[in-house]
Every structure is written in structure tokens, then in C-alpha cells.
Design a protein around this ligand. Structure first.
Ligand code: ZN
Length: 431
């Protein structure tokens, strides 16, 4: 029988240990009371997640009901800036028939939005309406890495995840005040979070796990330090390592060889465990979060950039992208053959999906069904680590697709690609 791991109450609710908003891997347990579930959510978790909305969208995460994640961005259309509006991708801009945005432009107040919607407005005559060039819409967002990863709300969220994960993996089913009073007080905001959560700046750790942890995943392991404390090391999205102090241990760890059980939770929902070892005293160098971000700003911004530009491809993710494409193909089949919607207004993920399908189709005879999807992809793409695709070359590829569209060859090809992928997917599911 569980009790709340913060207060021993028996009025329990299910806790999302790593919020569904941050991973596709479900990790839940009924061991937090209603009050404390609400406390962590309302006081910091919601705010930390909100800050990450743009990147959550880029990772292909979705809202609980499957809706696309919206984020705040500035839009520049035909030289006019519409500041701070809520969008969820390029199609949400092109297909917006409802919203009108009042903005300042050249010292005048103008209204921007769908033409039909504008016409419905009182006092607007057709002569007042100017059609804007939608060819080069720029979506820009601004953020500071410090506010994403070193804010109070993020550090508290990290402490909450680490403590709950630690209780989860160690089957701790109640609040043991002798041992965990401090970390609980930290999460309940009675002690400063900066005393418990720091950012790891240990190059050895980064190096040891660089091929194991990939973008979008969460990786956690616990260890006892030579200083006598037990810590959880938490890698967030393959970008940043946090070190969270959980409790005092009975004695310091003075072993010179150490093995750690690393638990990984992938963006697609897969969970796995791996072991890695270190040689030398058990210690990972960390720094106060704000200071670490200042000092290593470049490293983190490069990783974020990579996260936005690449899509981690696995069978589940590909299936999701192909399903979206199927819907678009149904629209494309209509007599109009709407190319813009087929490529989702030049959405990088969409173009990549088509590219992947046509690539698979081209290599149909090389695909070995007795081997897994990932293994096949590695052989076909001739790579040896996790498959990520750089979307930088999509623009050129798009030109090729447009040619196929004009010569009426595209629909057939994409349908054959989808059929081949369905065959792969079914084979994989039957394994
Ligand atoms: Zn409680």
C-alpha cells in the first residue's frame, strides 16, 4: 500500500513522474497525494513546460489530446511584423481563417488576416484590402537558454522528477522523513533549489554517454559520491545534465571502479536500461546552474539548434509522420492536386517523410525483412549511430518534388512508398 512520498497522506493521485508533456514514454505511479500533485504542477512544472513549448513542438511531442503544441512567435509577412502570436507550425499560419491581428506598420494601424474574414468586418471596403505576399513568411522566436534550463521553475521541476524517479526505481512507497526531508522541503519550496540542483560540466560524462543518449530522450542514473551524498544525474533531452542531491548516505563511496545503471526514456515511448562504468573516484563535476549556462552557452545553443534541425527517426516516429502524410495524400488526390498542402507548406518534417519513403522505395530490393527497421536504415543510409536527418538540404529536394508534381508522377510514387512502409511496419509488428 502506497502513501504520498511527500507527506504520507493516503489520498493518492497518479503522478506523471516525467510529465507527458516532456516525453512520449509514460512513467506514472500512484504515490503522490492530490494536494502535492497540484502543488508541483501549479507552482513550477507548468511554467517550465510552457517555456519549452517551441522545442516540444520541434520534437514532435503533442498535447494530451493529440493536438499540436502551440508556442508564441513573431511572424514577419511581406515585411510586416506581427508580434507574439500563438502558432503551432506553418500550416497553422496559412490556414488560419479566423484570427485578425491589429498591428502597427509604417506608423499606421493595419489589420492582418484572411481576406474573407476581413471583408466581413464593418467599415472595411474591398479597396482597403491589400493582398500580402505569403511566399517568405518568417517565424521567429526569442528565448534565453538561461530561462529555459536554469530558471527556478526548471530547477524545481528537475528536482521533482529526480526525486519521484528515485522513489519509483527504488520502490520507495512512502515519505521517509529521516532520509528525504531535505529534498522534499526543496521541492515544496521551503529550501532553496540551488542548493540541491546543479548542472554537470564534466566532460568525461558527456564523452562516455554521447552515443547512448540521443536528442529528445531522458536519461537518469543514481550514484553515491565520494562526498557521502547520494545523487541522481538527469540528462534532459540529450542536451543538459543535471545533478540532484537526494540524501546523505551512511558512508562515502570510495570505490575506484563504479558501475551505473542508466535508465533511458525515448521520445517515442520506448524505455531501456544500460550499464556503464567509470574508473577513478565516484564524482561528477557540477556548477550552479546559472553560472554553468553562462560559461557553456555556446554548447547548449548548438545542441538546441541541432534539436530543432533534426528529427530522430524510429519506427514509431516514422509511422506517426507517415499517418499524417496519408491524410495529406487524400486531400492531394482531389482534382485540385494541392501541392502546398501535400508538402505542408514546406514543413521540414513533411518533406523529410516523403524523402524517406521515396528513398525506401528506391531501395526496396535491398531491404531485409528478417532484420529490424533500425538495422535496415543503418545499412541503407550507411551510418552506425542513431539515425537523424539533416533538413538543411530539403529546399533542393523540394524542387525535385515539384517537378514530379508537374509531370503527374508524384501521387503514384508517394502511394507506392506508403504501401512499402506499411509492409515494413506490419512485418515489424508481427515480430
Ligand atoms: Zn502529499
Amino acid at each position: 500500500m502506497c502513501k504520498c512520498i511527500y507527506c504520507n497522506s493516503e489520498d493518492l493521485s497518479v503522478s506523471d513522474i516525467i510529465s507527458y508533456a516532456l516525453t512520449g514514454a509514460k512513467l506514472t505511479k500512484k504515490f503522490v497525494c492530490h494536494e502535492h500533485n497540484k502543488f508541483t504542477n501549479d507552482n513550477f512544472e507548468k511554467a517550465a513546460i510552457y517555456n519549452l513549448d517551441f522545442f516540444r513542438n520541434a520534437l514532435g511531442l503533442s498535447e494530451r489530446k493529440g493536438d499540436n503544441i502551440k508556442y508564441k512567435a513573431n511572424l514577419i509577412i511581406d515585411g510586416i511584423t506581427i508580434p507574439n502570436i500563438s502558432v503551432s507550425g506553418r500550416s497553422s499560419i496559412y490556414e488560419d481563417k479566423k484570427r485578425l491581428f491589429p498591428v502597427e506598420h509604417d506608423g499606421k494601424r493595419v489589420l492582418i488576416g484572411n481576406v474573407d474574414k476581413l471583408k466581413q468586418k464593418k467599415n472595411v471596403s474591398e479597396n482597403d484590402i491589400k493582398v500580402l505576399d505569403m511566399k517568405d513568411v518568417v517565424v521567429s522566436i526569442t528565448f534565453s537558454i538561461e530561462s529555459l534550463f536554469a530558471s527556478e521553475e526548471m530547477l524545481k521541476t528537475v528536482a521533482k522528477i529526480a526525486y519521484e524517479w528515485y522513489c519509483y526505481t527504488n520502490e520507495i512507497n512512502c515519505f521517509i522523513s529521516n532520509t528525504y526531508q531535505d529534498i522534499v522541503d526543496c521541492i515544496l519550496m521551503k529550501l532553496p533549489v540551488t542548493e540541491f540542483v546543479e548542472i554537470v560540466v564534466d566532460g568525461n560524462l558527456d564523452y562516455a554517454l554521447k552515443d547512448t543518449i540521443y536528442l529528445g530522450s531522458h536519461g537518469l542514473f543514481e550514484y553515491t559520491d565520494i562526498n557521502g551524498y547520494k545523487y541522481v544525474i538527469y540528462n534532459f533531452w540529450g542536451i543538459i545534465y543535471y545533478r540532484i542531491r537526494i540524501c546523505k548516505e551512511t558512508k562515502p563511496n570510495d570505490n575506484l571502479y563504479n558501475c551505473y545503471n542508466l535508465f533511458l526514456y525515448g521520445i517515442d515511448g520506448e524505455k531501456w536500461k544500460t550499464v556503464f562504468g567509470t574508473c577513478g573516484v565516484s564524482h561528477f563535476i557540477s556548477m550552479p546552474a546559472q553560472q554553468a549556462i553562462k560559461q557553456f552557452n555556446k554548447v547548449y545553443s548548438l545542441k538546441l539548434e541541432q534539436l530543432v534541425k533534426t528529427t530522430v527517426l524510429s519506427l514509431a516516429k516514422t509511422k506517426e509522420l507517415v499517418d499524417d502524410l496519408k491524410n495529406a495524400v487524400n486531400t492531394y488526390k482531389q482534382p485540385l492536386h494541392d501541392f502546398a498542402r501535400l508538402v505542408d507548406y514546406e514543413n521540414d518534417q513533411r518533406i523529410m517523410t516523403i524523402r524517406l519513403l521515396l528513398f525506401l522505395l528506391e531501395h526496396e530490393s535491398d531491404y531485409i525483412f528478417s532484420k529490424g527497421f533500425n538495422e535496415n536504415m543503418k545499412t541503407l543510409y550507411q551510418i552506425d549511430d542513431t539515425l537523424t536527418v539533416d533538413v538543411g538540404e530539403n529546399k533542393d529536394y523540394l524542387k525535385g518534388l515539384l517537378e514530379l508534381h508537374k509531370t503527374d508522377k508524384l501521387l503514384n510514387l508517394i502511394q507506392s512508398g506508403i504501401a512499402f512502409f506499411d509492409k515494413i511496419y506490419t512485418a515489424e509488428k508481427n515480430k
